[in-house]
Ligand binder design. Structure first.
Ligand code: PLP
Length: 374
């Protein structure tokens, strides 16, 4: 098991979630700094001083710049979105041709494609079924000459499997678009996001920035080839020139803007991103990798099935416990009674997810409870 570099004490002190919080794949409790930013920005709005609106919307720039630095994309290639789905809808209505999508993807990465197909915008081919791992081999087996893009999660919400983005890129070549739902990976794992032509995330999970914001980053090829079909009034040149004519779409990623975003959400997102930058994504990811590995090992020791990948290269912060007897709901209730927050997935699975702030006591406690159901 790799030894994680120590995280700055200031990072660890920034969070105050209860012990037993093992549900970061659902949402990540925000830091004190995020709470402060939200309150301060709300206070600025409440004051209503001259220039308040400009000051508030400048938070977008702070968030886009930080996201660009963390993903390796220029700020011009980054747009903000209110949630992952909004970005994926932009992609689904903007690409042409046939798109390969894992049938078992989180629904936020399926419905946009279904809707785009129903509207006659894209053709789609669904790969596999629930819990099929979207591997380079599956993509290779599903490819046909008319496929123009592949849409995949960087980390699968249900299995915890971390996709081999480099392998998928190698299989599809440079000319097809690689479209990545990054929400379960960004902030949890050290991933080369520049392999993607478009990646979309939300602020609410591993970033720990709260709901209502997120970002979409595009390669130059993605920017060129993904049309702003759903772009709105803030996605055009001179949006405030109210001259009753259609304005040209912007050239940069802001062409996918639909309207103005919540400055409170953008500011919270920016603060959360800057905290990640300060601590170092490598250190956060290493700590998560170590703690997730520890949890899987402890579950093994307790005789509980581990259904998520064991190889560190194939996982991020999600560990899935299996209940072959179908008593996952009872185990989940017992966890809740013990103050442990996790997600129930049907009769046979509980998804646990750890962050860099997760302590060993929480792991031991959860394992002890689950041992009773092994
Ligand atoms: C892989 C994945 N994509 C997207 C989402 C959320 O999408 P949205 O931000 O649109 O609610 C989730 C979880 O809620 C998820 O696990």
């Amino acid at each position: 098991m790799p030894v994680a570099l120590p995280l700055p004490a200031s990072y660890l002190a920034a969070f105050r979630e209860q012990p037993g919080y093992l549900n970061f794949a659902s949402y990540g409790p925000p830091s004190a700094a995020v709470l402060e930013t939200s309150a301060e920005l709300m206070a600025v709005a409440a004051e209503g001083a001259v220039g308040a609106s400009d000051k508030l919307h400048a938070e977008d720039v702070r968030a886009r710049a930080a996201f660009g630095r963390l993903t390796g994309f220029p700020t011009d290639n980054v747009a903000l979105v209110p949630a992952v789905s909004y970005g994926l809808f932009q992609l689904a209505f903007g690409v042409r041709g046939k798109v390969l999508v894992g049938a078992g993807e989180f629904p936020a990465n399926v419905y946009p494609w279904l809707r785009a197909r129903q509207a006659g915008h894209a053709e789609i081919a669904l790969m596999g079924g629930a819990r099929t791992l979207v591997t380079p081999a599956l993509v290779a087996a599903s490819l046909s000459p008319d496929v123009t893009a592949v849409a995949v999660s960087a980390v699968d919400f249900q299995t915890g499997y971390r996709a081999d983005l480099a392998g998928i890129r190698a299989v599809i070549g440079p000319d097809r678009l690689l479209l990545v739902d990054g929400i379960q990976g960004f902030g949890a794992s050290h991933i080369d996001w520049t392999l993607a032509d478009a990646m979309v995330i939300g602020s609410q999970k591993w970033v720990r920035g709260g709901w209502g914001s997120g970002a979409m980053a595009l390669s130059d090829a993605g920017l060129e080839r993904i049309r702003p079909t759903l772009g709105g009034w803030t996605g055009v040149e001179n949006p405030s020139l109210y001259d009753a004519v259609e304005h040209a779409s912007r050239e940069d990623a802001l062409k996918y803007n639909v309207t103005n975003l919540s400055p409170f959400a953008s500011g919270a997102f920016a603060t959360a991103l800057e905290l990640i930058e300060e601590a170092g994504i490598g250190r956060i990811a290493a700590k998560i990798e170590e703690t997730a590995g520890l949890l899987a090992d402890k579950l093994d020791d307790a005789g509980v099935d581990v259904l998520s990948p064991r190889d560190a290269a194939e996982r991020a912060g999600i560990v899935v416990a299996g209940f072959p007897d179908g008593n996952a709901a009872a185990a989940h209730t017992e966890l809740a009674m013990a103050g442990i927050n996790a997600t129930l997935h049907g009769a046979h699975r509980i998804r646990l997810s750890v962050h860099a702030t997760t302590d060993k006591e929480s792991i031991a406690h959860a394992t002890l409870v689950l041992a009773g159901f092994a």
